[in-house]
Design a protein around this ligand. Structure first.
Ligand code: FES
Ligand code: FES
Length: 161
């Protein structure tokens, strides 16, 4: 066991973890932050994307111990301080960017990382960035539309599904 300390959604957390505890399990089981989903556990689906020191990371691919000292953000920290939806979350709702919602936390976290590094991405750039996020329901069009709308761009020409 090793003691790890990290900041998760702005709060400092210190816990003892096994060396082989995955970050997904740490978030879901230890911190009860179950918004980070596990779709594959093998780095394929992107449902588990979180931010570690501002970078989008598939949390099933890292150990909790590797996040020692890090600033971590999960989907639970994305809403505004007053509890209202973030711009990206609201755009997913408005543009029907989800159906079952299983992929959505990872999609929103990837979208947030993309818009931080590229505030006005083209449709092709959005699709390229989402390459590691799989959705089995939506067909992606409305997800792309939501992210482009969240970036303040006109989405009227993007095909709706
Ligand atoms: Fe991490 Fe699928 S659960 S990529
Ligand atoms: Fe169901 Fe994406 S909304 S997997």
């Amino acid at each position: 066991m090793a003691e790890v300390t990290m900041t998760v959604n702005g709060k400092s957390v210190t816990k003892s973890v096994k060396g082989n505890t995955l970050m997904t399990d740490f978030l879901r089981e230890e911190l009860r932050l179950t918004g980070t989903h596990v779709g594959c556990d093998t780095s394929q689906c992107g449902a588990c994307v979180i931010h570690v020191n501002g970078q989008a990371v598939k949390s099933c691919t890292m150990f909790a111990a590797e996040a020692d000292g890090a600033e971590v953000a999960t989907i639970e920290g994305q809403a505004n301080a007053d509890g209202s939806l973030s711009v990206i979350q609201a755009a997913f709702q408005e543009h029907h960017g989800l159906q079952c919602g299983f992929c959505t936390p990872g999609m929103v976290m990837s979208a947030a990382a993309l818009l931080k590094e590229n505030p006005k991405p083209t449709e092709a750039e959005v699709r390229d960035y989402l390459e590691g996020n799989i959705c089995r329901c939506t067909g992606y069009h409305n997800i792309v539309k939501a992210i482009m709308a969240a970036s303040g761009q006109d989405v009227s020409s993007i095909a709706a599904e």
